[in-house]
Design a protein around this ligand. Structure first.
Ligand SMILES: Cc1cc2nc3c(=O)[nH]c(=O)nc-3n(C[C@H](O)[C@H](O)[C@H](O)COP(=O)(O)O)c2cc1C
Length: 479
């Protein structure tokens, strides 16, 4: 049998094989084997034109759209120098598991080939409005509708002018006119074109029409000695903008609610250099603040001394002692929800030294302790400004549930998050927590009516998310 290598095939067949193998995610050799097997088994022989690399597959557009349930983008590539960046954009979108179907304008084909776009997108590329292969079922309408977003990159001055005027005399402009999906433009052009009064008018009109835009940015132009605004945004920036538009809007269950949180230990001074502290890291309280902020609450976090960075979007007030903490908590009222996760010292030194205490022959200086204010009880028992939902934390090393039930009744709060902080469990300072949520409806309910919900071991972030979800549900029920 004569041996035939792929290298010896003529160019049209080679380019067809490369395209078909890229589309099917196989090597060229594997693709040839599949074609031969199909032929021997009597399957329909491949029908795609060898001379038209943009038409290898003849399945209707509808069959392909979103086959894997992934987000999909129709990417229209306009005729500008920046078209080469769109090849990288295809790759960036695919990396983000977004299906891409490309449409190249006639001018775009002067800068990049349909073959490159097809090989990178693993999809057929569309170039012609009057293509019988795709227009037998009004393919341009399908390209406009069977995607989640239409991206035009580069968006030329010409394409934007056509869009602003509602032209539809080629495939790209017909898709854009028929679209009922969001559209993102990444303009790219010479700064004089960008600043031209006609382009300014068109951009303003397109913005008014609700079209999203990214860029252009300032920089060097392809034309020698020219710089200014007109460079297309980088592929990675456009991909990020696509993901932002495709991402479903974040739920905002605590929008308009003020949430006050305490976290961390307190430091109770013995003298100017020494203090009484505890092992609280503040991680749980900070995680709750971040979760409440993510739920769109207006969050104030009053924290004792910790080594943690402020959660973005949260107002953080740093304090030292229990008395400072109470003072700042009271000043932060009113709040809709108060969560006291700080490990506040029960006692402080009554006779705090104004100077550093010295060793003396008389022995150790006597340290007298006095009780600190109880922040949870103070706020829970407020007459006028009590937040409608007050949540305390109970860190115990024994009789966890019984102690937490007694605490909920004694302090007058609504919920208690009880956790076992025995050193063997590594909760203090660690990243995980095992908690029990104790809840009661109404402060005049007896200890036996307190509900206990025991959660499995979770990260402190997961505990925070779960707690905020419970709070959101309660807020929704009560409103
Ligand atoms: C070398 C070269 C580079 C071009 N670069 C751009 C460009 O970056 N932006 C632009 O708006 N037009 C550019 N043009 C002009 C467009 O290609 C021209 O307006 C074309 O009609 C656009 O067609 P389209 O919008 O259908 O892709 C360039 C033309 C040439 C010859």
């Amino acid at each position: 049998m004569a041996s035939l290598t792929i290298r010896k095939l003529d160019d049209a067949i080679k380019s067809y094989l490369r395209l078909r193998s890229a589309q099917n995610g196989r090597s060229v050799e594997e693709e040839v084997r599949v074609i031969l097997r199909e032929y021997c088994e009597g399957s329909p022989a491949p029908t795609a034109s060898l001379t038209s690399p943009s038409a290898p597959a003849e399945r209707p557009v509808a069959e392909r759209a979103n086959a894997a349930g992934q987000a999909s983008v129709t990417l229209i590539i306009g005729g500008g120098i920046a078209a080469f960046k769109s090849m990288e954009l295809i790759r960036r979108l695919k990396e983000r598991h977004i299906d891409v179907r490309c449409v190249l304008t006639k001018a775009a084909q002067q800068f990049v080939t349909p073959l490159s776009a097809s090989a990178l997108s693993h999809e057929r590329v569309y170039t012609d409005l009057f293509d019988p292969g795709s227009e037998f079922d009004a393919g341009h309408i399908r390209l406009a509708r069977e995607c989640d977003l239409i991206v035009v990159a580069p968006a030329t001055a010409d394409l934007m002018a056509k869009m602003a005027q509602g032209h539809a005399d080629d495939l790209a402009s017909a898709i854009l006119l028929a679209a009922d999906r969001p559209i993102l433009l990444a303009p790219a052009m010479n700064p004089l074109m960008w600043n031209n009064a006609a382009t300014r008018r068109n951009v303003m009109q397109l913005r008014r029409d609700g079209i999203h835009m990214i860029g252009p940015s300032a920089g060097e132009m392809a034309e020698a000695n020219e710089a200014g605004i007109g460079r297309m945004s980088e592929a990675i920036e456009i991909a990020a903008a696509v993901v932002d538009i495709l991402r479903p809007p974040r739920p905002r269950p605590l929008a308009g609610k003020r949430v006050l949180i305490t976290a961390g230990p307190t430091h109770e001074a013995i003298d100017p250099v020494r203090y009484i502290a505890n092992r609280s890291s503040g991680k749980q309280g900070f995680a709750i603040a971040a979760a409440a902020q993510a739920a769109a609450a207006d969050v104030t976090l009053v924290s004792g001394p910790v080594e943690l960075r402020d959660p973005p979007g949260v107002t953080v007030i740093r304090v030292e002692s229990a008395r400072d903490m109470l003072h700042r908590v009271e000043a932060a009222l009113p709040a809709d929800i108060a969560i006291f996760a700080a490990a506040v010292a029960d006692w402080r030194v009554a006779n705090e030294g104004e100077q550093k205490l010295k060793k003396t022959a008389a022995g150790m200086p006597p340290l007298q302790l006095v009780e600190n204010p109880d922040i949870l009880a103070t706020i829970s028992k407020l007459k006028d400004r009590r937040p409608p939902l007050v949540i305390g934390f109970a860190a115990e090393t024994e009789h966890l549930i019984d102690n937490a039930k007694a605490k909920i009744a004694r302090k007058g709060c609504d919920w208690i998050v009880a956790n076992d902080v025995s050193p063997a469990l590594g909760v203090m300072g660690g990243d995980r927590n095992t908690v029990h949520l104790l809840t009661r409806d109404g402060t005049d309910i007896g200890v036996d009516d307190i509900k206990v919900d025991s959660w499995p071991v979770m990260t402190k972030e997961q505990v925070a998310t779960e707690l905020v979800a419970k709070i959101a549900k309660t807020v929704e029920k009560n409103s």
